[in-house]
Design a binder for this molecule. Structure first.
Ligand code: HEC
Length: 251
């Protein structure tokens, strides 16, 4: 009976996750050890997102330390508001204004990667497409009728939803990609300043940074975890020998 309860308890989160968005999410291979990626993500965030979305549970000096950014460079290049390095990363956007301007206040994003998951964020930020019915001219494939404008449109270009060829495999003889016409696919109709690969990379870094923000201690925990495992491995040797010693006379 107890086992059945345990099994159900283990399955509940899986079932909850399975009820996620209807379109398949692209995988984000999060790499918190890649400092260059985290720094580039922080830079994009401060330039394009911070005006609307605060990171109010984080502090600038903590980010600078964790990401290996010298404090003066951090202040010069990443802190645009009138802030000191030890302050919380809040912004000047008032909830009522956000509500009035966008139909929904832009939420704080410190914990968004934990709530939504990295794959969702990675897909969301690459899934804006032109839609004349929306106030800012864009809709989103994973967040229908989102209030957020496509703030990265100049970089990505204009994506539209329509019929386009999609790569479905590779011809084993010629090595040429096999394509198939599909409906309702997103494709870039008007190029932006970045290529698709460059834009994907920029969003990858941005999501990497958001995952870090959601749990700044993650890196330290991994490092510590290795020491704990090593300790246990070595500790096992004297324990094993002691155990043998104790039981020698009993047997
Ligand atoms: C001009 C203001 C504005 C800017 C700039 C902006 N956003 Fe948003 N964002 C919004 C608004 C408004 C919403 C809420 C949309 C809604 O609920 O319909 C939102 C929602 C989101 C959400 C969904 C949050 C959730 O879990 O519901 C994410 C993720 C997000 N934004 C990420 C970003 C990132 C990353 C950037 C920078 C590249 C950015 N935003 C820039 C206004 C903005």
């Amino acid at each position: 009976m107890k086992k059945i309860f345990l099994l159900i308890a283990a399955l509940v989160p899986t079932i909850a996750l399975a009820a996620g968005p209807s379109i398949p999410l692209d995988k984000h291979r999060t790499d918190l050890r890649d400092n260059a990626s985290l720094q580039s993500g922080a830079q994009t965030y401060m330039a394009y997102c911070m005006g609307c979305h605060s990171l109010e549970h984080g502090r600038y000096n903590r980010v600078a330390r964790d990401l290996g950014i010298p404090e003066d460079l951090m202040m010069e290049n990443l802190v645009f508001a009138d802030k000191r390095i030890g302050e919380l990363m809040t912004n000047a956007m008032r909830r009522e204004d956000g509500q009035a301007w966008f139909g929904a206040p832009p939420p704080d994003l410190t914990l968004v990667a934990r709530v939504r998951g990295a794959d969702w964020l990675y897909t969301y930020l690459r899934s804006f497409y032109a839609d004349d019915m929306r106030p800012f001219g864009y809709n989103n494939e994973v967040f229908k009728d989102v209030g957020m404008p496509h703030v990265l449109a100049e970089l990505q270009g204009m994506q539209v939803k329509g019929t386009a060829p999609v790569a479905v495999g590779v011809d084993s003889l010629t090595g040429i990609a096999i394509t198939e016409e599909r409906d309702d696919v997103l494709y870039v109709a008007k190029a932006g300043t970045l290529s698709t690969a460059e834009y994907d990379r920029l969003v990858f870094d941005l999501v990497n940074f958001l995952v870090y923000m959601g749990e700044p201690i993650a890196l330290e925990r991994q490092r510590l975890g290795i020491w704990v495992l090593l300790f246990l491995a070595f500790f096992f040797i004297p324990v094993y020998l002691l155990n043998k010693e104790y039981w020698r006379d009993v047997k």
